[in-house]
Design a protein around this ligand. Structure first.
Ligand SMILES: O=C(COP(=O)(O)O)[C@@H](O)[C@H](O)[C@H](O)[C@H](O)COP(=O)(O)O
Length: 243
């Protein structure tokens, strides 16, 4: 049987007090709420393991790439906690600065409406069309990052993944890579996976605890694609296996 096409399963960390309130959280190193812990334990149980209903088989999971932030690393631990010690030891975990959250600079800790008010006070948005407001994709963050900086570092993560996936495809080996990060950076990552510019706002949604999948059409590394929906719980590879 042909190996399944390599995939990236990306996960935004579970709930924090600031993801709950809508405050912009980049470098502030807060942990998950008790609900966030429960979310990610349950997600890990559904997502990774040897059972038929689990989407990522332990043997296929070759690498985890995580943001350095505590909320992301705690999420990784919870996602992997259902694996045996041996299975956990077999998975490499890379802590990668390039998948840290978009740096919000002066907007760290603020709600979107507070950012709009601050920029109004500073006279920054006066040239925008009536009704138009700051958006991070186009306008970036004062004393933080703008879209080209974020694009550059996300592209490095994609390049690293493509090299691993290319080898797996050449050798017809299953290869899932788990990427654990944050609300904005993972939306950038998904857009860049399919070569979209991010300054036009990719219009994706990603809740705390949310899971998404990226792969390649036609089993071809040169056709990266976003999995809009997948028959993950009963993959076609299982046809005839246990009727
Ligand atoms: O801080 C954010 C993401 O960081 P993390 O919680 O570590 O994943 C942002 O995405 C905020 O949560 C943002 O304030 C929120 O998404 C509201 O944004 P918007 O709907 O565009 O007003």
């Amino acid at each position: 049987m042909k190996a399944p096409t390599p995939r990236v399963i990306f996960v935004r960390h579970g709930q924090t007090e600031w993801s709950k309130s809508g405050q912009h959280t980049s470098v502030t190193d807060i942990d998950l709420t008790p609900f966030g812990v429960k979310q990610m334990e349950r997600t890990g149980h559904q997502l990774i393991g040897p059972e038929n209903y689990q989407m990522i088989k332990p043997d296929s999971l070759k690498l985890v790439i995580s943001s350095p932030r505590l909320r992301a690393q705690h999420t990784v631990k919870l996602l992997l906690q259902g694996l045996s010690e041996k299975q956990r030891e077999a998975v490499s975990v890379d802590i990668d600065q390039n998948i840290r959250e978009w740096e919000y600079g002066d907007y760290e800790g603020l709600l979107t409406k507070e950012i709009h008010a601050l920029r109004h006070e500073r006279g920054l948005d006066k040239d925008l069309a009536p009704g138009d407001k700051w958006n991070i994709w186009r306008d970036g963050c004062e004393n933080g990052e703008e879209y080209l900086q974020v694009t550059e570092r996300v592209d490095k993560v994609i390049q690293k993944i493509r090299e691993i996936h290319r080898k797996a495809l050449d050798n017809e080996e299953a290869c899932d890579i788990l990427v654990v990060g944050h609300g904005h950076i993972l939306r950038c990552f998904a857009a860049r996976w399919v070569n979209q510019p991010i300054n036009t706002n990719p219009n994706y949604m990603l809740d705390a605890g949310g899971v998404g999948v990226l792969s390649y059409q036609h089993h071809n590394i040169d056709e990266p694609a976003l999995y809009l929906a997948g028959a993950f719980t009963v993959p076609v590879e299982e046809e005839g296996a246990d009727l």
